[in-house]
Design a protein around this ligand. Sequence first.
Ligand SMILES: C[S@@+](CC[C@H](N)C(=O)[O-])C[C@H]1O[C@@H](n2cnc3c(N)ncnc32)[C@H](O)[C@@H]1O
Length: 203
Amino acid sequence: MATDNATYERIAPFYDLLDLPFEYLRYRRIRPLLWAGLSGRLLDAGIGTGRNIPFYPPGAEVTGIDNSPAMLARAAARARRLGASVTLRLEDATTPDLPEATFDAAVATFLFCVLPPASQLPALRALARLVRPGGQVRLLEYVLPRDPRRRFIAGLWAPWMRWAYGAGFDRATERYFPDSGLVRLRSDYVVPDLLMRHELRRP
Ligand SMILES: C[S@@+](CC[C@H](N)C(=O)[O-])C[C@H]1O[C@@H](n2cnc3c(N)ncnc32)[C@H](O)[C@@H]1O
C-alpha cells in the first residue's frame, strides 16, 4: 500500500537536476559499493528516479519500490533509456505488500534519512521480513557530523534538505538496529563524518 508523499510528487521533475552535482562528485563512486557481491532477487527500496540502476549486478532480478508515482515514472524512464529490466512497484517501505523472504538482499540509498522517526523501525523491520534468512540489508545514509565545523555546515544545509527532500542528517537510524530483527555486519563512513554505509543480515 502506498502512502501520500507530497514532497517527492512535487520535487520529482527537478530531483535529478538538483542532485546532479552530488551525484557526479560524490554518489556515483559510492553506489557500486552498495551492490557489490549481491546477486539473485534484489530490492531497491525507495528507488527514486532510479539512480542505482546503472550499478545493479548483471543478471540480478531487481524490484524497485517507492511511494511516489512521479519518482517511479522517472525510474521507469531511466530503466528504458538504459535498457535495464526492473520491476517497479508503488509501495510504502514501512508496509510493503510483498511476501516474506521475497528477496536475497535489499538496498536502500538515502531512504532512511527521508523517513520520519516513527517510520524508521517499521521500515527496518519490513526490510528484515522481505529478505530471506541469511540475506543482507544495506543502507547508505547521511549522519549528523561529530566534528563541530562539519556539524555547523550541515546545520546550514539542513533547512534546504528538509524543504526540498524532506530529509535530515539527524535520523540516527542505527539506534533502531537492535530491535529491527537484523544483525549488524558493519557500519563505515564512505564520506568521512557525513555519509555512512551499513550492512545488516537477517539471521
Ligand atoms: C532521497 S530519495 C533517494 C532516491 C534513490 N534511492 C537515490 O539513491 O537517489 C528518497 C526516495 O524515497 C522515497 N520514499 C520516501 N518515503 C517513502 C516510503 N515511506 N516508502 C517508499 N518510498 C519512500 C521517496 O519518494 C524518494 O524517491
